[in-house]
Write a protein that binds this ligand. Structure first.
Ligand code: FES
Length: 150
């Protein structure tokens, strides 16, 4: 079902060597994840074993082999955020969304991940939703932020 879109991306790189990571990043950007169909198609067209593509796609955290929800929630559990209440924030997000880290809600609206630092430790506890950062979080603020996601 994704074949035309996958082929269009492969066409851009077909004659180049060593482009697998960039190609997978483009697939990730197009679909928000790397579907099995894409791995199979890349393997067929570029003559790269599926196992090698799968290994690369599994290694890089920027690539996801599972569908991602429309909103990606990343909760920082790094040391600075941890001591400022990250475990409580993570519990609240998990309870509110009904999923654990690494999962996606059944309606495909939210995916949840934990990360070890978002690079703004002074604002801890911090979460990132759809590449926007929200710091100095408490339950009320978190509730409001999650509710505003359509
Ligand atoms: S530890 Fe959370 S932003 Fe650095």
């Amino acid at each position: 079902m994704y074949e035309d879109r996958i082929d269009k991306i492969i066409d851009k790189y077909e004659t180049e060597k060593g482009i697998l990571i960039q190609l997978l990043l483009d697939i990730q950007h197009e679909f928000s994840w790397v579907p099995k169909e894409a791995i199979k198609r890349i393997s067929e067209r570029l003559k790269i074993p599926c196992s090698q593509i799968f290994r690369v796609a599994s290694f890089y955290t920027a690539l996801s082999l599972k569908p991602i929800g429309r909103h990606l929630v990343r909760v920082c559990v790094g040391t600075a955020c941890y001591v400022r209440g990250a475990p409580r924030i993570l519990d609240s997000v998990e309870n509110k969304l009904g999923i654990k880290s690494g999962e996606t809600t059944s309606d495909g609206k939210f995916s949840l991940e934990t990360v070890n630092c978002l690079g703004c430790c002074a604002l801890g506890p911090v979460i990132e939703i759809d590449r926007k950062y929200f710091g100095k979080l408490n339950s009320a603020k978190l509730e409001k932020i999650l509710s505003s996601c359509n």
